[in-house]
Design a protein around this ligand. Structure first.
Ligand SMILES: Cc1cc2nc3c(=O)[nH]c(=O)nc-3n(C[C@H](O)[C@H](O)[C@H](O)COP(=O)(O)O)c2cc1C
Length: 419
């Protein structure tokens, strides 16, 4: 037991193809919360960082001064007051352009031995699920991404969308699952492409963002799911690196999973308060201040998945007019979004109100774009223990390097405070 407690994450390496990596993967956090800068630090330090392709035209506008959103809004302005959004489509060429910019610029800036992956969520259905997902995946491959993590969905057809791409057999491809059943389905449906995933992220119920569980998430335990998947893979003679995620807060937590058979860990929450993270400084203070009772899992996301967030997120209850002409990332294949229905219901119930409140759903695109939906992991209430306070009572943000190295080198569940 003594030896076990003293082991460090740095005593292990993750093998992916010919690469040997520090077994720490910083998870994707949309919409530009896991920025290029954050992912580049993880790669520079020898691990894996993620950018995200969520709302990538919007992200490109903010980062590179493009005008994708303005131009789309201009094109569809005539439809703003119409509740039928079927006509509001993404231009696939422009979507590829935005993805190429985001990925290309990030890859150009890469230094060091690590890797940069992109988190690609199937639930961003964008009013044409297959076509837009194919373009997002192919454009990321074209732009030289080191790997793609398929997220927020079962991705039963996603390998097939890119099987003809020249990089399909060489690039790192992984999938996030929250159960053995989801993994089995994915493997079965992808078998035809003659390719296995290069890694499997197993995301448990304590993660940030959307959850792969119902509202009974608290009944599940990450370690149990990891063991179930590990044992099944062994029985099937499958050798794919397993990467648990969700609630892994210290280096020792990570070592415990690696000793259990994991090849690496995926972490995110601790990096939400790093300088390189995309969250605005004042929002980071909200994460740092939060207590355990300030965090909630609810069903306001129009994706239908439960989502974890801070209770004081401005998005909760907000009754914005749907912004699908500018954004529209959650429109299903026929131009519907659960938020549009909820909003229209409230408007109909309060015909004279200037502003309505919508409690059961949120306009996720607009709220994530504006950093008004503060999604977070369950361990967010422990972030205050990872830093020091300034004289004015505010918390000091940390460098991503400090947090990464703390995961890499800490022992005995210790957390290194900044100097
Ligand atoms: C602020 C935030 C945003 C996230 N956004 C996404 C996302 O866009 N896509 C995704 O697959 N996972 C997302 N996640 C999940 C993380 O990538 C990661 O798997 C998980 O949070 C790890 O658990 P931890 O936060 O307890 O370390 C998000 C997590 C956080 C904290």
């Amino acid at each position: 037991m003594e030896m076990f407690a003293m082991k460090r994450v740095d005593d292990f390496r993750l093998r992916l193809g010919k690469k040997e990596l520090v077994p720490i993967m910083v998870g994707g956090m949309g919409v530009d919360i896991s920025t290029a800068e954050l992912s580049l630090e993880a790669a520079r330090l020898g691990g894996i960082g993620h950018i995200s392709d969520a709302m990538v035209p919007t992200v490109s506008d903010r980062r590179f001064n493009t005008k994708f959103v303005k131009n789309k809004l201009r094109q569809y302005k005539f439809n703003v007051a119409n509740s039928d959004k079927a006509i509001v489509k993404f231009d696939l060429g422009l979507l590829a352009e935005a993805t190429a910019l985001h990925v290309g610029r990030t890859m150009e800036a890469k230094r060091g031995e690590g890797l940069i992956f992109i988190n690609c969520m199937e639930k961003l259905t964008m009013n044409a699920p297959r076509e837009t997902l194919r373009v997002r995946l192919q454009a990321a491959l074209d732009a030289g991404i080191d790997g793609i993590t398929l997220a927020a969905g079962l991705h039963l057809g996603s390998f097939a969308l890119i099987e003809d791409h020249p990089r399909f057999r060489d690039v790192n491809l992984g999938i996030i699952v929250s159960s053995l059943r989801a993994l089995q389905l994915f493997l079965k449906k992808s078998a035809r492409t003659g390719r296995l995933p290069d890694y499997v992220v197993i995301e448990g119920p304590l993660a940030g963002g959307h959850l792969g569980f119902g509202m009974d998430w608290a009944a599940y335990d990450l370690a149990k799911i990891v063991i179930e998947i590990r044992d099944w893979m062994k029985a099937e003679h499958l050798d794919i690196p397993l990467i648990p995620a969700g609630g892994i807060f210290t280096g020792s937590d990570a070592v415990a999973f690696i000793e259990m058979g994991a090849a690496a860990v995926q972490v995110a929450t601790r990096f939400t308060v790093s300088n390189e993270c995309g969250l605005p400084k004042d929002v980071q203070q909200e994460y740092l201040k939060a207590g355990e009772n300030d965090i909630v899992v609810n069903t306001i996301s129009p994706t239908g998945y439960p989502m974890r967030m801070l209770k004081n997120s401005p998005a909760i209850g907000s009754g914005l007019r749907p912004n699908c002409e500018a954004f529209g990332y959650l429109l299903d294949s026929s131009g519907n979004c659960q938020y549009i229905e909820a909003y229209n219901r409230e408007v109909a119930a309060h015909p004279d109100a200037k502003k309505v409140q919508v409690m059961d759903k949120t306009c996720l695109c607009t709220q994530m774009r504006n950093f008004e939906l503060w999604t977070c992991g369950h361990t967010t209430y422990r972030l205050k223990d990872t830093t020091r306070r300034n004289d004015d009572g505010s918390y000091r943000p940390l460098s991503a390097e400090h947090i990464f190295r703390d995961y890499q080198f800490s022992t005995d569940n210790k957390i290194a405070l900044p100097d």
